[in-house]
Design a protein around this ligand. Structure first.
Ligand code: FAD
Length: 467
């Protein structure tokens, strides 16, 4: 749908920027910080009243910084390190092993993270417009030259030389006619999840009664005996930075097109119902939870995938599983494929696939460039990947790294007066390297003890010397 019905000429121009970032999730914030630090005029629009997207709306753990297994490597750096360092400095994070072996996670206080995103974007000189919803793009011929936003005050236009689509749903690409695959079109779409947080949990009692193993056994028994109508036999529960509180990723809603507001609205209601079903189950069945209560649901139901853009390169399952390296890689990933979906029998399942060899693969620059486009980049969960590859490369360590890479690519494109496809990837990689991004697999083992974040090479925007 386009807003051609509105007389665009009559919409007031709010401003003009060099780089416009659409969507203030983990990918968009990092893109804006990276571009803003280079001194150009950067704008960011976000539909809600705070930044972070899923990182603050739904979750509290960054995965993707560390590879799983025994030979743990830290494969993310640069701007994402700046984000974690802030929370390390205020005691708002710790490291923790993943429930199902996806590698060590960085668990943080999502409320603190909202503040950190504000601070980092301010310091990078980014003009942030909150409560501003993208509703259309401005075009000259095929080229996007700005965005149209809706606010409570009315519609506005913002002109932009370059646009980074970090909306999660590829809204810019959709409105500008770029090609994409819709989740569910080829492979079953990943399910949606309403996350929730509980306070009043007695962690000691829970651990003494068998901890995670006991919980999974009780969930399975609850479902198999028909005593509890839970949507899953398994689910992850982990401690939060806030003492006595746990975060839960367990609800599951299948067969939803999350770009359809009516379906999404229904999913919101189902998600809430499931969350309180889990509360009843946990209080009744699990030692340590007798006095626990839900203190917060995710800001909205968590959506894993919708539109995935067709880019200059499309990351495949084989690229991930075989641990392929590319000369034009702009970030690394070691996260396994973690595909939450409904199987042929209609049952819910999670399919896992681990990266072979060094346990790491490279993500080519072309996955961030919508096919044939000169002025747009696409980052985060709508980047160019097949369903399976996306199920591996969607952790926030990687979405943040995509943002930083696109931010610098936009700068190179502006400085040299060239299109996205003509950016010198060698130069981009050097820029990334000099600013702390990990583009070669490190040989040193990472420190992943609970409080060992600072023992790794984590520079604050880390400016390395050229070799
Ligand atoms: C249930 C669930 C659990 C997950 N668990 C983990 C985990 O534990 N760790 C991990 O690392 N990853 C996890 N993931 C994956 C990860 O959260 C996402 O892949 C990642 O956060 C995507 O980041 P993004 O910036 O691309 O998109 P988002 O975080 O979705 O950000 C998009 C932003 O754009 C804004 N926006 C959208 N449309 C518009 C518009 N039209 N106008 C203005 N603003 C707009 C949104 O409000 C949002 O702020 C999980 C995902 C889900 C759904």
């Amino acid at each position: 749908m386009s807003f051609e019905c509105l007389v665009k000429d009559k919409i007031a121009v709010l401003g003009e920027v060099d780089v416009m970032v659409v969507g203030g999730g983990s990918a968009g914030c990092c893109a804006a910080i990276a571009a803003g630090e280079m001194g150009v005029k950067v704008g960011l629009i976000e539909r809600y009243g705070f930044l972070g997207g899923s990182s603050t709306q739904i979750l509290d753990t960054f995965y993707g910084f560390f590879t799983p297994g025994d030979r743990v490597r830290k494969v993310v750096g640069g701007v994402p390190d700046m984000v974690v360092n802030r929370m390390y400095g205020t005691g708002d994070m710790f490291l923790r092993p993943n429930t199902y072996g996806a590698g060590t996670g960085v668990t943080y206080n999502p409320e603190r993270l909202k503040l950190v995103w504000d601070e980092l974007l301010d310091e990078a000189g980014v003009k942030v417009w909150l409560h501003a919803v993208l509703v259309d793009v401005m075009k000259e011929g095929d080229r996007v030259v700005g965005v149209v936003i809706w606010t409570k005050k009315g519609f506005y236009k913002i002109r932009a030389s370059r646009v980074i689509d970090a909306s999660g749903d590829a809204d810019v690409c959709h409105l500008s006619g770029a090609a994409y695959e819709m989740a569910g079109e080829i492979d079953p779409a990943q399910t949606l999840t309403t996350t929730f947080r509980m306070s009043g949990v007695d962690g000691k009692q829970y651990e003494q009664a068998g901890g995670k193993k006991m919980l999974m056994a009780k969930m399975t028994a609850g479902v198999e005996t028909g005593r509890w109508d839970l949507p899953r036999k398994r689910g992850s529960v982990h401690e939060m930075v806030q003492g006595g509180c746990v975060a839960t990723v367990a609800s599951r809603i299948a067969d939803v097109d999350a770009t359809d507001f009516e379906q999404l609205g229904e999913a919101e209601k189902i998600g809430r119902r499931q969350a309180f079903m889990y509360e009843d189950f946990l209080r009744a069945e699990v030692p340590g939870y007798e006095r626990a209560k839900i203190v917060g649901l995710s800001h909205h139901v968590g959506v894993r995938e919708t539109r995935r853009v067709y880019g200059e390169y499309r990351l495949t399952k084989e690229d991930c599983i075989e641990g392929r390296m590319f000369d034009d890689a702009v970030l690394l990933c070691g996260a396994p494929i973690e595909d939450h979906r409904k199987n042929d029998e209609g049952e819910d399942e999670t399919v896992w696939g681990y990266v072979k060899g060094e346990g790491v693969y490279g993500v080519p620059y072309g996955t961030l460039v919508p096919k044939g486009r000169e002025e747009i980049w696409v980052v985060g969960r709508c980047f160019s990947a097949s369903h399976d590859a996306h199920a591996s490369c969607r952790s926030m360590g990687q979405t943040m790294s995509m943002g930083q890479a696109a931010g610098y690519a936009a700068i190179l494109s502006l400085e040299n007066g060239i299109g996205a496809c003509d950016v010198d990837v060698g130069m981009l990689r050097e820029m990334l390297y000099l600013r702390g991004v990990v583009i070669d697999v490190p040989r040193v083992r990472a420190a992943v003890g609970r409080d060992e974040w600072g023992m790794n090479a984590v520079g604050d925007g880390c400016r390395r010397q050229k070799n």
